[in-house]
Design a protein around this ligand. Structure first.
Ligand code: KE4
Length: 422
């Protein structure tokens, strides 16, 4: 028995499913999770000493690569002064300023401790600001595990095939309206039926929780027009895309301005941070300046702020276009290798994110993502992991490169893919 297997058996007696987040359990790919002892750059090292080339990158935060020296130094230096004050600190102001300077649609920002807190708070704010209850989300869209969003969610909910919203009162999700990603007709119909009670549309401007799905030309602009026409807020959930698609996120890349933006992952540099922000006039409704309540013991925690600030400051010096080109060429070659084996394969890519779907047809929404061949994905996942390549253990997640992935890493990955036997 390996150390990972031993630890997992122990974990199963202590923690539901042996993990602290469901998708890590690797159930959908019929594997046991590997327990990680350390990480550096593009690599993970397991408790059994196996080195892996990592394309999960902690589900997105580690765009600089694991254990970046500037981030590690900032955490250590800050920790030497204490870890949590329960009072404002300089670092909160500095990270807020850095986020506001980078993200076009954010004039004011509130720090929280997870992406779930960010989206949950943004929805509450939208409801408080508009006096309306409804929210439109998209099939396969994942915005964390707040009650309102667990209707046809992506990510771990889709991976575990969790139907609907067990444990969530119907009274809550009756206000959650569903449309298909890239389908403006469905959104328009919902607004025409119930527009006077729709507070917001929440959308991943690039969907990352049904695998990677890109917005069709005009889709996001259409959402902007419809929300303006019917007096609802447009919420961009940029927990994945923020500082990933580019330094200003998807909204800068697509030259759009949502009313509210949710952030997470990268802005914490590997520590627990989320944030939501937007127009000053809307954010002013948040307590204590306004009466929409939201709070958090560790919000703005100095350690997490230091990690986030060091990360964003280092990212500001990086060449995003070069990483995007490397990722595009690499993922295209990976697609060609698998197609060369006679497999049905389609690829979606943007910036440093890609997904290879085992599908002969394009993947543009959740139904087409669900139609991809899960058995082929499982074979691919298992044999790549056996060869030291660590992919997300779910067909409904993305693969992430980083500024730490070397040409040799990418070559080794392509070589491993060429050796997979289907
Ligand atoms: P967290 O509460 O997990 O920090 O963020 C929730 C969230 C919100 N919005 C988007 C677009 C997200 O992708 C996420 C979380 N992403 C998943 C994986 N795609 C986290 C992994 C997990 O659940 O273990």
């Amino acid at each position: 028995m390996t150390i990972s297997q031993d630890l997992f058996q122990k974990a199963l007696t202590l923690i539901p499913g042996g993990v602290n987040s469901p998708v890590r359990a690797c159930k959908s790919v019929q594997c046991e999770p590997l327990f990680i002892a350390s990480a550096s750059g593009s690599k993970l090292t397991t408790e059994d000493g196996t080195e892996l080339i990592d394309y999960v990158m902690s589900w997105g935060p580690m765009l600089l690569g694991h254990n970046h020296p500037e981030v590690a130094a900032a955490i250590a230096a800050t920790a030497a002064n204490g870890t949590s004050f329960g009072a404002p600190c300089r670092l909160e102001v500095e990270l807020a300023q850095t986020v506001i300077d980078a993200v076009p649609g954010i004039e004011m920002v509130r720090m929280v401790s997870s992406g779930t807190e960010a989206t949950m708070s943004a929805l509450r704010l939208a409801r408080g600001y508009t006096g309306r209850n409804g929210v439109i989300k998209f099939h396969g869209g994942y915005h964390g595990h707040a009650d309102a969003f667990l209707a046809s969610a992506g990510s771990g909910v889709a991976t575990q095939s969790i139907p609907g919203t067990p444990g969530v009162p119907q009274d809550v999700v009756k206000h959650t309206l569903l449309a298909h990603y890239n389908d403006l007709h469905m959104v328009r119909a919902l607004f025409e039926e119930q527009g006077d009670d729709i507070a917001a549309v929440i959308v991943e401007p690039v969907a990352g929780n049904m695998g990677l799905v890109l917005p069709k030309p005009g889709f996001l602009e259409g959402l902007r027009d419809l929300t303006r026409k019917f007096g609802a807020l447009l919420i961009f959930d940029e927990v994945i895309t923020g500082f990933r698609i580019g330094y200003g996120g998807a909204q800068q890349a697509f030259k759009m301005e949502p009313d509210l933006t949710c952030l997470g992952k990268i802005i914490g540099g590997g520590l627990p941070v989320g944030a939501y922000g937007g127009k000053r006039e809307i954010m002013a409704h948040i307590a204590p300046s306004g009466n929409v309540y939201q709070a958090g013991t560790l919000s703005g925690n100095p350690l997490a702020m230091a990690a986030g600030l060091a990360t964003l400051n280092a990212l500001a010096r990086q060449n995003y276009d070069a990483l995007a080109s490397r990722t595009e060429a690499f993922s295209r070659e990976l697609e060609n290798i698998l197609r060369g084996k006679g497999l049905p394969v389609t690829r979606n890519h943007i910036a440093s994110i890609f997904t290879i779907f085992f599908s002969a047809t394009p993947v543009t929404d959740f139904p087409s993502a669900q139609a991809a061949d899960a058995k082929l994905f499982t074979t691919f996942y298992q044999q790549m992991r056996e060869q030291g390549i660590y992919l997300a253990p779910s067909a409904f997640e993305c693969a992430f490169t980083s500024f730490a992935h070397s040409a040799e890493d990418l070559e080794r990955t392509l070589d491993a893919a060429s050796k997979v036997r289907f």
